[in-house]
Design a protein around this ligand. Structure first.
Ligand code: UDP
Ligand code: UDP
Length: 498
């Protein structure tokens, strides 16, 4: 709105637009929230945008609490933090031991306690953007507030995965028959057909937890999917260059519910990219790592990481080491032995890898056990390939830097993300390699095979060219006047009306 002057000549300021953000547990969820926050704050056409960040304490990992502090120090005037106190969780009620999922569940069970917190915000926010893992429990809170609060979620995976999330309850309903209703596994066909989603999602790409009844995730998907229609919109860290078809299907009204309701608007607000505030200050390891990369030839190094919360088994770690040696390429390898960083012990990596292998690895690459700045690594000219579990943030970061990917999905949404990687040409996927963890713990991919795939990745000129093309599209989408800016502007305009 135009600014008006008062009689005394001072400016009547345009009203503040206030947005509340509510992430849940794990870096894979927190990071995209804070990157979205930074994008909203950076928008020069809305200098009076303020954010409230709702966080829970303690965080599961140290990486999360450290990132929250850095974010808050970067925007001292425009972000207010609110602590959300959770009810103690009774672990016996949850069918999982994963600390990140227990946290999801604790937040879900405590959601009603958000009411006083949201009621106290002043000025009342024009929108709440909250985590995909909390959809149903937060809706009644929103409805109970003394003011109207439009609700959006940030979906922290791919648009393709969102199509499954949105359709899951319908797919399950069609798969249940009187004959199989007591069967603990859900009898999906070989492929899950979702209108407009091409190619359809093979059952083999769906997390085993979504193929059985009553798992924590199956229950959350069943409860939350039908509630999507109550939202004002769904934000996804993606862009046309990666997922044009899925986005058209989702926004073209093709994906609908059994009861005839369509989906809310999907806003592709990606690519989200690593931000200034994420940088660790004065870190010796980081300097050492950068110096090592500086000494390597362009595109000659393969970077290996399975994200913030995936530990490989000791046997598999040793085979990866062997594969790296066999590939003959220089490497930067982040080894993770524990799900949660707090439990990780210094130096233990040497023990798992073993003295002999460690000797072979020496001189060929770096083995790192601490948190690395992945954005900086992928952006370094020396890095040519990325062996990745295909956590969605990692995929988008690889696309942003034009680094080709060898997809090695381990859990959850990661095979579906690997399909996106393969289809858009950002990388290759070793489809026969099994999921990590659980009953597949004993199935280990051997070093020979890993080495061959790494060679294939690093030597492929076609992949190099296609990854560079995707990088160009990412940069165009994120540039001035690009699609990302248009999407954010549309959202902010909606909020300003409120
Ligand atoms: N990450 C990082 N350094 C690490 C491990 C992870 O910067 O040592 C970042 C990575 O860049 C990404 C996020 O943590 O932004 C991990 O999210 P992703 O969706 O890739 O996987 P998840 O960790 O959730 O499995
Ligand atoms: N999931 C899984 N194993 C994992 C992580 C996730 O099976 O280790 C599945 C889960 O079944 C769901 C999907 O991942 O289908 C969504 O998980 P989300 O991305 O919310 O979890 P995160 O990995 O980010 O903690």
């Amino acid at each position: 709105p135009p600014k008006m002057t008062t009689g005394s000549g001072s400016l009547l300021r345009t009203p503040e637009t206030h947005v509340a953000l509510f992430p849940s547990a794990g870096m894979g969820h927190l990071t995209p929230f804070l990157r979205l926050a930074a994008l909203l704050l950076a928008r020069n056409h809305c200098p009076r945008l303020k954010l409230t960040l709702i966080t829970t304490h303690p965080t599961v990992s140290l990486a999360e609490s450290s990132l929250i502090s850095r974010f808050l120090s970067a925007f001292p005037d425009r972000v207010t933090q609110m602590d959300f106190h959770l009810l103690p969780l009774d672990p016996s009620t949850v069918n999982s031991t994963d600390p990140f999922w227990l946290k999801f569940e604790a937040i879900r069970r405590s959601a009603h306690l958000l009411t006083p917190l949201l009621s106290s915000l002043s000025p009342p926010p024009s929108a709440l953007i909250y985590d995909v893992s909390l959809i149903a429990p937060v809706l009644p809170v929103i409805q109970s507030l003394p003011y109207h609060l439009p609700a959006y979620i940030l979906f922290t995976s791919s648009a393709r995965m969102f199509s499954l999330f949105a359709s899951y309850h319908n797919l399950v309903a069609s798969a249940l028959t009187p004959a199989n209703i007591n069967n603990p596994t859900i009898q999906f066909g070989d492929v899950l057909e979702i209108p407009g989603i091409c190619p359809p999602i093979p059952r083999s790409s769906v997390s085993p937890l979504l193929l059985i009844r009553n798992s924590l995730f199956s229950n959350i998907f069943l409860e939350d999917g039908p509630k999507l229609k109550n939202l004002n919109g769904v934000l996804i860290n993606t862009f046309e260059g990666l997922e044009a078809e899925a986005l058209h299907a989702l926004n073209g009204g093709k994906v609908t519910f059994n009861d005839g309701f369509g989906l809310p608007q999907v806003f592709p607000v990606g690519p989200f990219v690593p931000c200034e505030f994420e940088k660790l200050q004065g870190d010796d390891d980081r300097d050492q790592l950068r110096n090592w990369l500086d000494d390597q030839h362009d595109g000659s190094v393969v970077y290996v990481s399975f994200g913030s919360r995936t530990a490989l088994s000791g046997d598999q770690i040793r085979e990866v080491g062997d594969g790296l040696v066999k590939s003959g390429f220089r490497f930067l390898w982040v080894v993770k032995e524990k799900l949660v960083d707090r439990e990780e012990e210094e130096e233990e990596g040497n023990l798992v890898i073993g003295h002999e292998l460690m000797e072979k690895l020496k001189g060929r690459g770096l083995v790192v056990k601490s948190w690395v700045e992945q954005g900086e690594i992928l952006g370094h000219r020396a890095v040519g390939g990325f062996v990745s579990h295909c956590g969605w943030n990692s995929v988008v970061e690889a696309a942003w830097h034009g680094v080709r990917v060898l997809a090695w999905p381990q859990h959850g949404d990661q095979k579906i993300n690997a399909e996106v990687v393969e289809r858009c040409g950002l990388g290759v996927w070793a489809k026969t390699w099994p999921w990590g963890g659980g009953e597949n713990d004993k199935v280990v991919v051997n070093g020979e095979e890993i080495g061959d795939k790494i060679k294939e990745l690093m030597q492929s000129e076609a992949l190099r060219v296609q990854a560079a093309r995707i990088e160009q599209e990412a940069k165009k989408t994120a540039g001035v006047g690009g699609c990302r800016e248009k999407m954010l502007k549309r959202l902010i305009d909606e909020w300003k009306k409120n």
